[in-house]
Design a protein around this ligand. Sequence first.
Ligand code: DGL
Length: 275
Amino acid sequence: MIGVFDSGVGGLTVLKSFLDFLPQYDYVYLGDNARVPYGNKSQETIYNYTKQAVDFLFARGCKLIIIACNSASAKALRRIQQDYLPLKYPGQKVLGVIRPLVEEIVSENNLRSKKDRINKVGIIGTKATINSEVYCKELIKLDPTLEIIQQAAPLLVPLIEEDWSKKPETKMILKKYLRPLKVRGVQTLILGCTHYPFLLKYIRRLMGKKCLIFDPGVSVARSLMAYLSRHPELAIEKTAKPNYFFYTTDSTEHFKELGEKFLGQKIEKIEKIEL
Ligand code: DGL
C-alpha cells in the first residue's frame, strides 16, 4: 500500500497521475484539510504536521509515503528523512515531489543540443516553497549553470479551491505572477504547487509555446514508477482489485465535493480522522 499525503485536496492531482500510470496498487490518501494551507506556515509547524501525517500513514500499513505537497516537501521532507525516519522507522521510505520535477528538467536538458539548451528556469509556488529555495538548491546541485527565477503565487491556491479557475480575475492575477518570468525569458517553468495543474492550459498559453511546462503529477508518477522498479525489496504488492482509501482531518462532504474535481473520479471510501 502506498500513502499519499497533502495539506488538503491539492495532492489529488498527484494521486490522479498515480492512478493513471500505476493503477494496480492500493493507495491511502490523507488530506490535512483542517489545517490547510501549509504554504504560509512556519517551518516548525509544517514539520510537526507532516510528522503526524507520516505516523498516521505508517500506522495504516503504508510501505511507502509520497508527500505530494510542495510546501511540506520543501520545509519538512529532509528533516523527516534524515532525523525522524532513522530513529522511528528505520528502513521505511518517505519521498517528496521536488526531486522528480528537478530531475525531469535536467534529463530533458541532457537530450537537447547545445543551441536548444535550457538556461533559464522559472519556478512558481507557495510562499513556503519559494522562501525555502529548495528548488533552486536541487537544480543547482544537478546543473550549476542554470539561472533560476522564482515567483511566489500565494493567491492561486484559494482561487482554485473556490472553483474560480476559469474566471477572468484568476487569469488576470496569473498573468501578473507570470509576467516577471516571461520578461526574463524563462525557457521552462516548474509548477511547484499541487494546485497549479488546474491552470496548466492558461499557464501554457500565457508563457507561450517555447516555454516547456511539465505536468508535475505526470513527472512524479514517472519517477515513482522508476523508484518502484529499482526497489523490489519494498515488496509493495500489485492487486487485481486495488483499493483507494481517503482520509481527511475535516468534513468528508467538503473533501468529496472538491476532491472529486481534483481527482477526476468518484471518491467512495472516505473517513474523517484526527491527527
Ligand atoms: N499543497 C500545497 C503545496 O503544494 C498547496 C496548498 C497549501 O498551501 O497547503 O504547496
